[in-house]
Design a binder for this molecule. Structure first.
Ligand code: DX5
Ligand code: ZN
Length: 219
């Protein structure tokens, strides 16, 4: 059994009741709180930004993991750091100077991550590997919860595992993670599982705990 971390995505939470939802996943055993920020440009959906993150920061001491699905993350890094993000992940597809962006995130006192879409190659990551704390493999096309896991992600996770070697870099998988897909991604080398719909199934602490425990039991 490996020590896989579970990062519930609040995209699938009840937005009218975020305080109780955060407190519930915290108590249910979440390791990180995954925050899906969407801008309606990079992805065809809109969610929330720094003010909401700041307002929910007080409800959990667990690391806040901000996944920025936005075209211009460089313009707002400071806002996410001040709002209380512990980790900031930007998409490789939109950042022209990834090395600079990762250095800036680190300067702001946050852990730095890069996310790659299903059709994006891992090429080039070797040149910024020493600035990375996290590599996020999207196993669906970003934008919505509840989509079907894309199987080619498995080989990509394996390649990243080889690239990372024994460096202290987490490999995170996001999209379509459930009781059936989690064992496959863990076996391929994932360290952190993001899950939205599989964790927020049913409502309330008891259900969330059961759902998190099921994902963890696959490791
Ligand atoms: C997708 C988001 C994911 C999403 C996962 O754009 O980045 O974090 O919420 O949702 P599920 O687990 O339902 O696929
Ligand atoms: Zn995400």
């Amino acid at each position: 059994m490996t020590n896989v971390l579970i990062a519930p995505s609040i995209l699938s939470a009840n937005f009218s009741n975020l305080k109780e939802e955060i407190q519930a996943i915290d108590k249910a055993g979440a390791d990180w709180i995954h925050l899906d920020v969407m801008d309606g440009h990079f992805v065809p959906n809109l969610t929330f930004g720094p003010p909401v993150i700041q307002s929910i920061r007080q409800f959990s001491k667990k690391p806040f993991d901000a996944h920025l699905m936005v075209t211009n993350p460089d313009d707002f890094l400071e806002e996410y750091a001040s709002a209380g993000a512990d980790m900031i992940t930007v998409h490789k597809e939109v950042v022209p100077h990834l090395d600079r962006t990762l250095a800036r995130i680190c300067e702001l006192g946050c852990k730095a991550g890069v996310a790659i879409n299903p059709a994006t190659s891992i090429s080039g990551l070797e040149f910024v590997i020493d600035k990375l704390d996290l590599i996020l493999v999207m196993s669906v096309n970003p934008g919505f919860g509840g989509q079907k896991f894309i199987n080619s992600s498995i080989d990509k996770i394996k390649s990243i595992r080889n690239l990372v070697g024994d460096r202290n870099i987490k490999i995170q998988v996001d999209g379509g993670i459930n009781d059936k897909t989690s064992s496959k991604v863990i076996e391929a080398g994932a360290d952190v599982l993001v899950a939205g719909s599989a964790i927020f199934k049913g409502t309330g602490l008891e259900n969330y705990k059961k759902n998190i425990d099921v994902l963890r039991s696959k490791s």
